[in-house]
Write a protein that binds this ligand. Structure first.
Ligand code: PGA
Length: 253
């Protein structure tokens, strides 16, 4: 069965309010004609409301970059999944910057994943190995540990569940994984999902590649059989490059 590609822009902590609104307005126009690919932007949290307003009625989804599992309470600085439900469509969980800059644990990704699934938003579960883990031949072990921990006590995954494979050494470095390396690793991720759940779940799972994806390499990455989308950082900050990436994703299906 064909998997609908999913291209998402992770703006990280970039863009003030005016440029963010300008980018959203530009994307509303430039992505309008693209068919057959799910598209989303994940702006910084303060601009989520602007994104939801500007993109209302379009096919462009809105996502957040982080979430907290408790519904409400004395958790200064956090945003709950319960607050975000109905406002956003997608939630990035376990991004490497959350894991490595903010010390987010595998257990935290599991709590976040559970609540986001319960509330009917679409998680983008990010996993990926450090450079030394790849060089030490431990990539598969690391991905297996991250995935199985995130899936703990989750009995099934919804159709089209999104995993974002983001090798940490490729994020923001300009060092994109070759399409062959990205393909092999995404196939390994699919095999781990099959082992944990079943072949159908794995076949329906959408696996994004992320890490210096851009307008130039999008087509070759998207041409790989196990790569079903891209999670784009730097190249998502300009309408022109993000639009080209979405077009490339649409053209490969
Ligand atoms: P990058 O970031 O495209 O700037 O490498 C990707 C990501 O971290 O999601």
């Amino acid at each position: 069965m064909a998997r609908t590609p999913i291209v998402a822009g992770n703006w990280k902590m970039n863009l003030g309010r005016t440029p963010a609104r300008e980018l959203l307005t530009a994307l509303k126009g430039s992505l309008a004609g693209i068919e057959g690919v799910d598209m989303a932007v994940c702006p910084p949290a303060p601009w989520i409301g602007d994104a939801a307003d500007i993109l209302a009625g379009t096919k462009i989804g809105v996502g957040v970059q982080n979430v907290y599992w408790e519904a409400q309470g004395a958790f200064t600085g956090e945003q709950s999944a319960a607050q975000l439900a109905g406002v956003v469509d997608y939630v990035i969980i376990g991004h490497s910057e959350r894991r490595h800059v903010f010390g987010e644990t595998d257990e935290a990704t599991n709590k976040k994943l559970k609540v986001v699934l319960e509330l009917g938003m679409q998680p983008m579960l990010a996993v990926g190995e450090l450079r030394e883990e790849r060089e030490g031949g431990r990539t598969n072990d690391v991905l297996r540990r991250q995935l199985l921990a995130a899936f703990d006590d989750i009995s099934s995954l919804p159709e089209g569940f999104i995993v974002a494979y983001e090798p940490v050494w490729a994020i923001g470095t300009g060092l994109t994984a070759t399409p062959e390396i990205a393909q092999m690793t995404c196939a390994d991720i699919r095999a781990i999902v099959a082992e944990r759940y079943d072949e159908d779940t794995a076949a329906n799972c959408r696996i994004q590649y992320g890490g210096s994806a851009n307008a130039e390499n999008a087509a070759s990455l998207m041409g790989q059989p196990d790569i079903d989308g891209l999670l784009v950082g730097g190249a998502a900050l300009q309408a022109e490059s993000f639009t080209k990436i979405c077009q490339a994703a649409a053209a490969t299906r």
